[in-house]
Write a protein that binds this ligand. Structure first.
Ligand SMILES: NC(=O)c1ccc[n+]([C@@H]2O[C@H](COP(=O)([O-])OP(=O)(O)OC[C@H]3O[C@@H](n4cnc5c(N)ncnc54)[C@H](OP(=O)(O)O)[C@@H]3O)[C@@H](O)[C@H]2O)c1
Length: 310
């Protein structure tokens, strides 16, 4: 028997507990509020736990991040670099984020924000529809989620480019790589999608110089992390009309403060970090396998690279 600690303010404890214990009866899942003997906990399945929480468990061998971006764990100085952090990126998470980007890419392509504003003003504004092949989308980050998103956008008929750190080849997606987004990638993007993790390299990446290199009238979808955006620079680009619209799911401070300018900006559509979520039934087997491997001293899949920061 081993104990798995569960902590998340977003995900339902009981559903996860039932799914994991049904899949692996030798695992007992306990919540932070009812953790039992701290020494019995050998694994943790967590989303954004309070800093210092995991330090209470002396026999912790692995932390599974309940999502793709483990940045909140990496910011916690009390988690030793030797403790493996595994990312949970199940089919549900990949599909829901890819759906979100497809939904808003189509909305931006069909000028839905402008049509909604025209309706509110009771104006009959005809905006000529164009085929998806006439819109070019640049996807920053071609990982588990970014790669699938780029594929889906291409399958929808969009012209798709992708940018990652290391070279890769994808059918139907023009791939770029390197430490900075290449000019050709930025200057050709009608819609720029951010699916990069929060790291020191991606912090403040979307600033005035980068936005200025986009086509006039381009649009932005940010589903990566809020830290990628210099908020004042984004607002300036929207106010000038250089950027047509921004769809934002992630923010520097979450929940977004009541007084924040993003809430009411006419060129911003925002959602409360709900682009994607893992599903207990789809992930229980993976979680059980990670715990078994960790107890057996075997190599772990999907480990965060502490040096790269994702
Ligand atoms: N809004 C939501 O609900 C939601 C849900 C899930 C995930 N997310 C966000 O989406 C992010 C991506 O998820 P994922 O599963 O696709 O991540 P992943 O598999 O870790 O892939 C990350 C991608 O970003 C690239 N990358 C990292 N740093 C870079 C840099 N400095 N310059 C250029 N490319 C860089 C990587 O390049 P290489 O391929 O060369 O390594 C890789 O292609 C997560 O980290 C999270 O922040 C948001």
């Amino acid at each position: 028997m081993t104990t798995l600690l569960f902590h998340s303010d977003l995900d339902d404890f009981t559903t996860w507990k039932e799914a994991i214990e049904r899949t692996a009866p030798s695992i007992t899942v306990r919540s932070t509020q009812d953790a039992g003997a701290l020494e019995a906990v050998t694994a943790a399945l967590v989303w954004a736990p309070p800093p210092g929480l995991l330090r209470r468990f002396p026999n912790l061998k692995v932390v599974i991040n309940l999502g793709a971006g483990a940045d909140s764990l990496l910011r916690d100085p009390t988690i030793p670099p030797s403790l493996p952090i595994v990312r949970l990126t199940d089919r549900a998470l990949i599909d829901t984020v890819a759906d979100y980007v497809l939904l808003y890419a189509l909305a931006l392509h069909r000028r839905q924000p402008e049509l909604a504003a025209a309706q509110r003003a009771q104006q009959w504004t005809f905006l000529p529809p164009t085929p998806t092949a006439m819109t070019r989308i640049g996807v920053m980050g071609l990982g588990a989620i970014g790669g699938e998103t780029a594929r889906r956008l291409a399958a929808q008929g969009f012209k798709v480019m992708g940018w990652a750190r290391r070279p890769r080849e994808m059918t139907g997606v023009e791939c770029f790589h390197g430490l900075a987004p290449p000019d050709l990638f930025l200057t050709q993007s009608d819609i720029l999608v951010n699916l990069l993790p929060a790291t020191a390299q991606t912090e403040n990446l979307i600033d005035s110089p980068l936005l200025g290199r986009l086509k006039p009238g381009a649009a932005l979808i940010n589903v990566g992390r809020g830290s990628a955006i210099v908020e004042a620079d984004l607002l300036a680009a929207l106010d000038m009309g250089h950027l047509r619209h921004a769809v934002l799911d992630v923010f520097r401070t979450e929940p977004l403060p009541d007084s924040h300018a993003f809430w009411t900006h006419p060129r911003i559509t925002l959602t409360p970090h709900n682009a994607g979520l893992c599903h207990p039934e789809l992930s229980a087997g993976f979680v059980a396998d990670v715990i078994a491997r960790s107890l057996g001293g075997e190599a772990l899949p999907s480990c965060v690279d502490r040096i790269a920061g994702y």
